[in-house]
Design a protein around this ligand. Structure first.
Ligand SMILES: [Zn+2]
Length: 366
């Protein structure tokens, strides 16, 4: 356990290294045999049959405002804190008793989604639209946080965003998950069940990481529907997440295929804030994003208490990006806007730059 803790610490520390493209040469040379194809970016078309999720701006009569008071929506400092959980919790989601993870017929969809990771989008009409994304990672041996100051800021600025929630995070934060689901500004994507390393996990364990969050999301949405305040729940709240983000930024052909087969678009990023590093500064996040921003960009940050100076940076970034004419949209909306820039594998900033995580974390979910 101690070794794993150290490795995890190394991971969060190493984020600043990998995010700034340093010291990745040895990882390349040691593990190039693991890659069968050179992950060269290509462009593919979007499946326009995917569910629509162009969300209206919130109003006073929204489900969000009918189900929660402003005080209930507001962040609290204590929710940002991450707690260890012992023993580790590998139990399945609520409402999962009849799911056979080896039976592909139980998959939600039959799709033609490409088994490639999406890194950004080229908007068809050159729209200056971008997607802010916040990962809500939670492993088996922790209860991760809720960085509500970020959410409050996004609401105040009327900024659309996508939250990639771990399924176990949804289960441990049911009310916050429902608020994110019900908010017309936001959407909730799938960030695996307990942050497993999907390049290593196989079979039922791999499928559980992908499918259990779908089940947890459905269960929570059903709970919301039963509330009188949500009697006329808007159609814009999807029945299930439609996009997936790989933990540790790691995947391979098998994992990509399983995610696509589950009807989920594998969505990574092309601009990295590096906010998991405590050494990161707000100014560096601001500079990094402003230097790399472009129409169709997907930006990764963290909203689970592991994002450092994220809120502080956003207070400057959001007005600065608006001033440049950028509009913030959900990932689903971005995917609908044009062609996808994709890769055959997953990585942080350059192909193969995260292969060492297989050795550091193994299955990633103990
Ligand atoms: Zn994560």
């Amino acid at each position: 356990m101690l070794v794993k803790r150290i490795f995890r610490l190394q991971y969060w520390i190493s984020c600043v290294v990998c995010f700034t493209n340093l010291s990745i040469g040895s990882a390349y040379s040691q593990t190039t045999d693991m890659i069968q194809n050179t992950p060269t970016d290509i462009v593919t078309d979007f499946d326009t049959t995917a569910s629509e999720n162009i969300l209206p701006t919130g109003n006073d009569d929204s489900v969000l405002n009918r189900c929660w008071t402003p005080k209930q929506l507001q962040n609290t400092a204590k929710e940002r804190v991450i707690h260890l959980q012992k023993p580790a919790d590998h139990s399945p989601p609520q409402g999962s008793s009849n799911v056979d993870l080896d039976n592909t017929h139980n998959r939600a969809f039959s799709t033609s989604i490409a088994a490639r990771s999406i890194r950004s989008v080229i908007p068809a009409h050159g729209e200056k639209i971008i997607a802010l994304t916040f990962d809500l990672c939670e492993q088996a041996d922790e209860i991760a946080g809720y960085d509500g100051a970020i959410v409050d800021l996004l609401r105040a600025e009327k900024v659309h965003a996508t939250f990639y929630a771990g399924g176990k995070w949804m289960r441990s934060h049911p009310e916050r998950t429902l608020q994110l689901m019900a908010d017309p500004l936001f959407e909730v994507g799938n960030h695996a069940w307990t942050h497993g390393n999907l390049r290593v996990l196989r079979g039922a364990e791999l499928n559980a990481q992908i499918l259990w969050p779908q089940i947890q999301y459905q269960t929570l949405k059903q709970q919301l529907i039963t509330r009188s305040c949500a009697a006329s729940i808007p159609d814009s709240i999807p029945d299930q997440p439609t996009t997936f983000r790989f933990p540790y930024g790691t995947c391979d052909a098998v994992a990509l295929q399983e995610v696509a087969a589950a009807g989920l678009y594998p969505v990574q990023w092309d601009i990295v804030t590096g906010d998991p590093s405590k050494q990161q500064t707000a100014q560096h996040i601001i500079d990094t994003v402003l230097k790399q921003i472009h129409p169709g960009a997907i930006i990764i940050a963290h909203g689970n208490g592991r994002g450092w100076h994220t809120h502080e940076a956003l207070k400057t970034l959001i007005p600065a990006l608006k001033k440049q004419g950028y509009q913030f949209v959900t990932v689903t909306r971005l995917l609908q806007s044009g062609q996808h820039v994709t890769a055959v594998n997953c990585y942080e900033t350059k192909p193969n730059d995260n292969l060492r995580y297989d050795k550091l974390f193994g299955r990633g979910t103990e």
